[in-house]
Design a protein around this ligand. Structure first.
Ligand code: HSE
Length: 457
C-alpha cells in the first residue's frame, strides 16, 4: 500500500509529464517564403524536434493576407485567419512567430503579443535594429522571451554563438558578409569583369536581387544585422542611426581588378570593433586579403568572422537567406523558447546576452575617427615629380604607404592610374590628405578611396 507522500509524488510526476507532452502552440504571422519553410520543416522533422524540445511544437493558427496561399501551404490542416491581431491576443497561443517584416504593422503586432504575455520569435532585422530597445524593454517587463536568430545571417547560428558559445570572451571585433545579394553581385563583377549595373540586372533576373534593390545594395540590410550583432557582442543598446553605411553601387570593376593584383578581394563587410575610446560601427566595401577564408565566400553565401580575446578568430559560414535555411533559425528559437518556457524569467539567457541592468553606454565613434588602412586610386599626369608630390601630402598627414602599383600607360597616353595601399590611419587624416591631393594640378580626377582591413588581429 503506497504512502500518502508517495501517492502525491507520483501525482506530481504524472502532472509534469502531461504538461511536458502538451504541445506548445504557435501563432504564425505570415506564411510567405520563410513562413512556408518553417511550416514545412516543423512538419517534416516533427519527431526529431519534439525529442529535442521535450514537447511537440504545433502551429495552431496562421495569419496571412493571402488565404489561398496559406491553405495551399498548410493543406487545410491549420486554422487560418487574415486577422493577425486576433492571433496575438489569442489565449491559446503561447509563441507568436512574426514573419511579416518592416516596422509598421509588425511592430504593433510584436508589442501587442508581448503585452498579452506571448513569447515572440522574429526574423525582422529592421524592426529590432530600429525599435529593439523598446521591444526588449517591454519583453523584460512582461517576463517573455523575444528570440531573433533568423534576423542575422539566415541559417547561420551567429546569435547563439555570440550570446552563448562565446560568452567567456571579451569580443574584440566582428566582420561579416551579411548580405547575400551584394556578395553575389561582387562575386560576379570579379569573375566576369562586368560593371555593377550589368550584374545587378542579371541578379534581378535570377531572383537574387529585389525589383527595388536599395536595401541590399546600399548596405542598409547589412547595417540592420550589424546593429544587432554589435548589441549582443558588446552589451550596448541597438544604435542603427549611428552606423556608417556605404553600399556597393558606386564600386567600379577597375578597383576590383587592381585590388586582386595587390592580393586583396573586395567584400561588403559589416564591421564592428571595440576600441579604447569607443565602438566602430560601419558597413562599406572593404579590401581584405585574398588568402583569408572569409575572402573566399562567394555568391549569395554569408559568413561572419568573430575575434574574441580567449578563443581568437572563429568563422561562421552558411546560407544567409532562403526558405529552409531561415526556417532552421526560426525553429531553433522555437525549441529554445519551448525549453525555457517554464523557467523563471530571471534564469533565462538574457535577450541581448548581457544582463539588462549591466548594459554599457560605450560611445559609437564618429566616421572621422574610424581607424583602418586605405586603398587609393589616383588619375595623374605621367611625368616626373608627381609621385613625390603625392607622397609628401601623405607624409604630412603621417600616413605611411604599404604598397603601390602604377598602370602601364597606353601608347600616346599622358595620364595613368596610381594605386596605393596605406598602413593604418584615421579617416580624418586620409580625408585631409585626399583634399590636398585633389587640389594638385597633376591629379586629374577625384581620388577613389576604399577601406582595407587585414582581419588578422
Ligand atoms: N536580402 C538579404 C540578403 C537576405 O541579400 O542577404 C535577407 O536579409
Amino acid at each position: 500500500m503506497p504512502s500518502v507522500a508517495s501517492r502525491a509524488f507520483w501525482k506530481t510526476i504524472a502532472n509534469v509529464m502531461a504538461l511536458e507532452m502538451k504541445p506548445i502552440n504557435v501563432g504564425l504571422l505570415g506564411i510567405g517564403t520563410v513562413g512556408g519553410g518553417t511550416y514545412t520543416v516543423l512538419t517534416r522533422n516533427e519527431a526529431e524536434i519534439t525529442r529535442r524540445a521535450g514537447r511537440p511544437i504545433r502551429i495552431s493558427v496562421v495569419a496571412e493576407q493571402n488565404l489561398e496561399l496559406a491553405r495551399r501551404v498548410t493543406a487545410g490542416k491549420v486554422r487560418i485567419t487574415d486577422d493577425a491581431f486576433s492571433v496575438v491576443t489569442d489565449p491559446g497561443v503561447d509563441i507568436v512567430v512574426e514573419l511579416i517584416g518592416g516596422c509598421g504593422v509588425a511592430k504593433e503586432l510584436v508589442l501587442k503579443a508581448i503585452e498579452n504575455g506571448k513569447h515572440v520569435v522574429t526574423a525582422n532585422k529592421a524592426l529590432l535594429a530600429k525599435h529593439g530597445n523598446e521591444i526588449f524593454a517591454a519583453a523584460q517587463r512582461k517576463g517573455v522571451m523575444v528570440a531573433f536568430e533568423a534576423a542575422v545571417a539566415g541559417g547561420i547560428p551567429i546569435i547563439k554563438a555570440l550570446r552563448e558559445g562565446l560568452t567567456a570572451n571579451r569580443i574584440q571585433w566582428i566582420a561579416g558578409i551579411i548580405n547575400g545579394t551584394t556578395n553575389f553581385i561582387l562575386s560576379e563583377m570579379r569573375d566576369k569583369g562586368l560593371p555593377f549595373a550589368d550584374v545587378l540586372k542579371e541578379a534581378q533576373r535570377l531572383g537574387y536581387a529585389e525589383a527595388d534593390p536599395t536595401f541590399d545594395i546600399e548596405g542598409i540590410d547589412a547595417a540592420h544585422k550589424l546593429t544587432i550583432m554589435a548589441a549582443i557582442a558588446f552589451g550596448i543598446p541597438m544604435q542603427f542611426d549611428k552606423v556608417h553605411i556605404e553600399g556597393i553601387s558606386r564600386l567600379e570593376a577597375d578597383d576590383i581588378k587592381y585590388a586582386e593584383q595587390l592580393g586583396y578581394r573586395i567584400k561588403l563587410l559589416g564591421i564592428t570593433k571595440r576600441r579604447a575610446d569607443g565602438i566602430e560601427l560601419r558597413v562599406h566595401p572593404t579590401l581584405i586579403p585574398t588568402r583569408r577564408l572569409i575572402a573566399n565566400v562567394e555568391g549569395a553565401m554569408n559568413a561572419v568572422l568573430v575575434q574574441g580575446d580567449a578563443v581568437g578568430a572563429t568563422l561562421y559560414y552558411g546560407k544567409g537567406a532562403g526558405a529552409e535555411p531561415t526556417a532552421s533559425a526560426v525553429i531553433a528559437d522555437l525549441v529554445d523558447v519551448t525549453r525555457m518556457h517554464t523557467a523563471d524569467p530571471e534564469h533565462r539567457v538574457p535577450h541581448l546576452a548581457f544582463q539588462p541592468d549591466a548594459m554599457a553606454n560605450i560611445p559609437i565613434l564618429p566616421t572621422a575617427e574610424i581607424e583602418t588602412s586605405y586603398y587609393l586610386r589616383l588619375r595623374v599626369e605621367d611625368k616626373p615629380g608627381v609621385l613625390a608630390d603625392i607622397t609628401r601630402v601623405l607624409a604630412d598627414q603621417d600616413i605611411s604607404i604599404d604598397a603601390m602599383i602604377q598602370r602601364e600607360p597606353g601608347d600616346g597616353e599622358e595620364q595613368t592610374d596610381i594605386i596605393m595601399l596605406t598602413h593604418l590611419t584615421r579617416e580624418k587624416r586620409i580625408d585631409a590628405a585626399i583634399a590636398k591631393i585633389e587640389s594638385l594640378p597633376v591629379v586629374k580626377k577625384k581620388v577613389i578611396r576604399l577601406r582595407l582591413e587585414e582581419l588578422d588581429k
